[in-house]
Design a protein around this ligand. Structure first.
Ligand code: GTP
Length: 598
């Protein structure tokens, strides 16, 4: 064990700039994975990650690199998620490293999460190795990217590695730059054990496995350990390195990155960010940075078939074993029956979980429009947190309502500043400031409600800037807003699962647009269905769905059974995501229509 030959680093980038492709190339070039076995993007192990081409959970891999100086180095490469929902995992991964390779796409230049991730790496005191990727593309402008890195981020980029992760050009230069520029880990091998947990997952055969960075001391099979934040104690069943196949080792020592089999059964006992020490004679000083992750976005999930409540519960239990950020509680809706209110880190996290529930567990679900957590102060000054619009007390009992605000950073070419202003002001954004990062990139800072962000804001931002804008945000705090609950009534009855909370000044317009939209989405029934939007009993808008005129089967003359069956089957398929509410059939789109506003 020679710490001077260890290099621990992350690769950070804006989404799609090529981080995972670059990791693959590094594994290939160092011989950790033979080209023949090379499955594209080996580090993205979850199916959904592969399909969507995004990294959700971080991963760590150890490779050996024989450098031009003739020495062999141990590289620990820690892959990080690129999406803003998973920022917390990025910061934990960075805390396990001494260096970070900052990947910038030569055709896109510096984008919002390039800035956010570079800031995080600088705050963690990491040595940054800039890399300009995709130089094989005709549209590549490496010089422009270099200027943006220097002017916008204040990172010297004269020696930035020019690379194509696709063809492999420049990857060798990168590995040499890592050897020379990333510092070797420092730490006290003889001191009391301190290791940082930067990821943990549940393995059905071995219990919870943690990915750790040993900062001081060493850790071996049979040691008795204590997690400093959670207080949990456990016996080490195995330690080792992922190369990327797991290789058991006698010990992990100061400077090493590896895995630890804990035998524990619940990931919430092995929290990301927690410090591991020995149960007796251990360290008293935890490593910095432990923080509970808090869900920001909530939605109701209801099984379409009534008998799937238990399977849904079991599926959520299974998924939470691996995902401490996923929280849920049972919820009853008058309209939809029994289901769950589920909390997520953000919209992407939500989509991924919904997709996994359907795909891996075969569930057929109906999701209500996502909402945020409101703080409602009652007249007696007592505060209640709401995760669901249905829980909002009567307005007469409310003193004030506060909602979560975000600090939002948008990077955009100067031509589109006006479009961003218009859109963001219409979303109740408060403009803070604007800086030129370079002649071609403007940084705009705003504060805006999270509740507006989840209403399709990102898609609109992209479309109003021809795709040029990039976005990053963080939680800013709770602020008072004039909010009301907008109810949707079908045939005169309020449908709890369709109501949502909205700013008072927007209720009228939204009510009008929404009733019109629902008229187009809800299919005709055998009878007339009035649709109304109302706030506190006052109707703001009304539309009517006319009764169906003819039976579908009326078209089939004679006894053409097969045609009839086909027609019925087709109907059934269309019904897939419908739910009978009262006696009206409401499709899934009706719930999502609340989020899409023009
Ligand atoms: P996330 O994991 O979602 O954060 O994305 P990423 O940064 O890992 O990007 P990824 O490696 O998935 O690459 C995004 C896209 O760019 C993929 O379609 C890659 O094939 C492509 N790509 C990556 N590197 C290069 C390159 O050097 N040249 C070209 N032409 N394409 C590249």
């Amino acid at each position: 064990h020679d710490p001077s030959k260890i290099r621990n680093f992350s690769i950070i980038a804006h989404i799609d700039h090529g981080k995972s492709t670059l990791s693959d190339r590094i594994l290939e070039l160092t011989g950790a994975v033979s080209a023949r076995d090379m499955q594209q993007q080996i580090l993205d192990t979850m199916d959904i990650e592969r399909e969507r081409g995004i990294t959700i959970k971080s991963q760590a891999v150890r490779v050996e690199y024989k450098a031009d100086d003739g020495e062999t180095y141990e590289f620990n490469l820690i892959d990080t998620p690129g999406h803003v929902d998973f920022t917390y995992e990025v910061s934990r991964s960075l805390a396990a490293c001494e260096g970070a390779v900052l990947v910038v796409d030569a055709t896109q230049g510096v984008e919002a999460q390039t800035v956010a991730n570079a800031m995080m790496a600088m705050n963690a005191d990491l040595e940054i190795v800039p890399l300009i990727n995709k130089i094989d593309l005709p549209a590549a402008e490496p010089e422009r990217a270099r200027e943006q890195i220097e002017d916008g981020l204040a990172i010297p980029a004269d020696d930035a590695v020019l690379c194509s992760a696709k063809t492999g050009v420049g990857v060798h230069d990168l590995l040499e730059a890592i050897v020379y520029n990333v510092p070797a880990p420092q730490g006290d091998v003889e001191g009391p054990l301190r290791a940082l947990i930067f990821d943990s997952f549940f393995d059905p055969y071995r219990g919870v496995v943690a990915l750790i960075r040993v900062v001081d001391g060493s850790i071996a099979k049979g040691d008795r350990l204590r997690m400093m934040a959670s207080g949990t104690e456990t016996l080490v069943e195995e330690v080792g390195a992922r190369c990327p196949k797991e290789v058991p080792l006698d010990a992990l020592c100061a400077g090493d990155v590896g895995y630890l089999v804990t035998g524990l059964k619940d990931v919430s006992q092995v929290k990301v960010g927690d410090t591991v020490t020995t149960a007796s004679g251990g360290s008293h000083e935890a490593l910095p940075g432990y923080r509970d992750v808090k869900p920001m976005v909530f939605t109701g999930l209801f099984p379409i078939e009534g008998d799937q409540f238990e399977p849904l519960k079991e599926a959520l239990e299974k998924l939470s074993l691996n995902d401490p950020a996923l929280i849920w509680e049972a919820e009853k809706s008058h309209a939809l029956g029994f289901g769950f209110r589920v909390g997520f880190l953000g919209l992407l996290h939500m989509e991924v979980i919904e997709e996994r529930l359907e795909r891996e567990f075969g569930l057929n679900l109906l999701a209500t429009a996502p909402s945020v957590e409101y703080h409602v102060y009652r007249s007696n000054k007592e505060m209640v947190s709401l995760h669901s619009p249905q829980e909002l007390p009567d307005p007469s009992e409310i003193d004030r309502i506060e909602e979560p605000f975000l600090k939002v950073k948008i990077l955009v070419p100067p031509d589109y500043v006006g479009a961003v202003m218009d859109l963001t002001v219409s979303r109740r954004g408060n403009f803070i400031t604007m800086n030129y990062l370079s002649p071609t990139t403007v940084e705009l800072l705003w504060e805006m409600p999270l509740g507006e962000m989840i209403m399709d804001y990102f898609d609109r931002l992209k479309s109003s800037t021809k795709g040029y804008a990039s976005l990053d945000y963080e939680f800013a705090g709770y602020r008072e807003s004039k909010l009301v609950k907008l109810d949707i009534l079908l045939s005169g009855k309020p449908i709890d699962a369709l109501s949502f909370i909205i700013h008072k000044d927007k209720a009228y317009d939204r009510g009008r647009v929404l009733t019109e939209k629902l008229k187009g989405i809800i299919p005709r029934q055998m009878f007339e269905v009035p649709i109304q939007a109302a706030v506190g009993g006052r109707v703001l808008a009304r539309e009517t769905i006319k009764a169906k005129r003819k039976d579908v089967l009326a078209k089939c003359y004679g006894g053409d059974i097969s045609r009839k069956r086909k027609l019925l089957e087709k109907q059934k398929e269309g019904k897939k995501r419908m739910k009978n509410i009262g006696n009206v059939e409401v499709p899934q789109e009706a719930f999502m229509a609340i989020l899409k506003v023009d």
